[in-house]
Design a protein around this ligand. Sequence first.
Ligand SMILES: Cc1cc2nc3c(=O)[nH]c(=O)nc-3n(C[C@H](O)[C@H](O)[C@H](O)COP(=O)(O)OP(=O)(O)OC[C@H]3O[C@@H](n4cnc5c(N)ncnc54)[C@H](O)[C@@H]3O)c2cc1C
Length: 525
Amino acid sequence: MDARALDPLYDIAIIGGGINGCGIARDAAGRGASVVLLEQGDFAGATSSASTKLIHGGLRYLEHYEFRLVREALMEREVLWGIAPHIIRPLRFVLPHHKGLRPAWLLRLGLFLYDHLGGRKRLPATRTLDLRHDEAGAPLRAGYARAFEYSDCWVEDSRLVVLNALDAAERGADIRPRSRVTGAVRAADHWQIEVEPPGGGREIVRARVLVNAAGPWVHEVLAQVLRINTPANVRLVQGSHIVVPRLYQHDRAYIFQNGDGRIVFAIPYEHDFTLIGTTDRDFGRVPGKPVASPEEIAYLCAAASEYFRTPVTPDTVVWTYSGVRPLYDDGASKAQEATRDYVLELEGGEGEGGSPPSGRPPLLSVFGGKITTYRRLAEHALQKLGPFLPTLSRASWTGGEPLPGGDFPVDGQMRIVAQLKRAHPFLEERQARRLVVAYGTRALRLLDGARSAADLGRTFGADLTEAEVLYLMREEWARTAEDVLWRRSKLGLRFTREQVEALDAFMQASMMRQPQVSAARGRAS
Ligand SMILES: Cc1cc2nc3c(=O)[nH]c(=O)nc-3n(C[C@H](O)[C@H](O)[C@H](O)COP(=O)(O)OP(=O)(O)OC[C@H]3O[C@@H](n4cnc5c(N)ncnc54)[C@H](O)[C@@H]3O)c2cc1C
């Protein structure tokens, strides 16, 4: 490699700024490692913004006897809620009993395990509903008389990713979006990683250990970037969602059993909408930008229409999104049955099992996983890397430290809203709530110094102001309207094409005028 070699020598370089890469970066930085994270696009630009957004044990995985995964995931619900109470909230799920599908005793057994496997403390337990009298029955077809209701949590998935990146940066990590890794070779005791930085050209980054958290690209990175001859242990499974105008008034979600053995969720979404998903189908090619196919849209509409009194039809769909699960290939015959557990593969190093490492610099590749288990996955990754980085702290810490803006009790959200409104009485209630749900206590920082609505600058659409956009550019690496409207928020649901263009033009002009806005976190991009 002839590109310019740059100091320093990092302890860990991570390829991929999805939830797993950012989670590992945060954990490692907090243990005292010097970390560089390299993401080819925007954070959560791939699978980690395309999930169903549940922090859940996965009731369905009990049928596949994935007790380890379910237990770990169930326990994570309250841990993650505790460190990010602004972007994570409890959600009750209504599971209507469908004669002819799973019998009631089986559902009861599954829910009993669900209630008791995972150290539930604050989330309410399962109960049985009479749908003829409960308001959850009102939007459903007449045949559904009985349901079970249980707890899981909801998360703003892409914000969880960026908050992990932000926390890692605040703990000293060098976080670099828009930096594609194009090659990497082993030197005697470190990796030399070739990176295409945002402005073009090439850079070399050096690190003792390399982590491949490239999600759906995990095998491409192994085969084409690192040129390692290895079997493709990843199974790419596409999943799509549809968003329709709000289908019902209460705040609970539904989990519907489908005739093909799958389940489909219908979830209250962004106040005015209902989110319905997901599908499971093998995705043969190297991921580009997957889109929901007409067949998937029709499938989701049909599945929901089995249950809702008012049929859901494709012409009411206002938005769709699609992602590719990078599952570990366990040889399951059906896509829906492939394990959702994660596998960490260590290559090189020869130091596994506690013996002092020697030999080639190690590479750790991440396969599979869930948003829900990212924090535990990061802990396991650092356990595996520990022998190569003996100065790192061994103590787990990420479950007890809030993510940025999450430094308040889980029942304290309305108190922060009130505090924000006291400091800025001109704020509308709905705007104040949206800001607190997105930024937590950092909403106070975002609005600092504003005495009137005019101090927040122009409004681009919905209630998105110049002050918020500049905050996202300065603090959260946002560079385009898409970053702001679809990954830092979901305001894209409320923007017209003209408003999107105006926002993009403003952001490009701001970067030209004030390069420091774009350079705030680490490096300019
Ligand atoms: C439809 C669907 C629904 C889901 N629902 C849930 C759910 O409700 N709850 C849950 O817990 N989990 C859910 N999941 C699973 C979860 O979303 C994924 O397990 C998780 O997001 C994977 O994260 P990741 O970091 O491994 O991958 P990604 O988020 O895809 O991140 C990988 C990153 O690597 C980057 N990259 C790739 N190659 C390079 C390179 N050469 N240089 C630099 N960067 C590179 C990519 O740009 C990408 O951003 C769902 C998944 C899908 C698809």
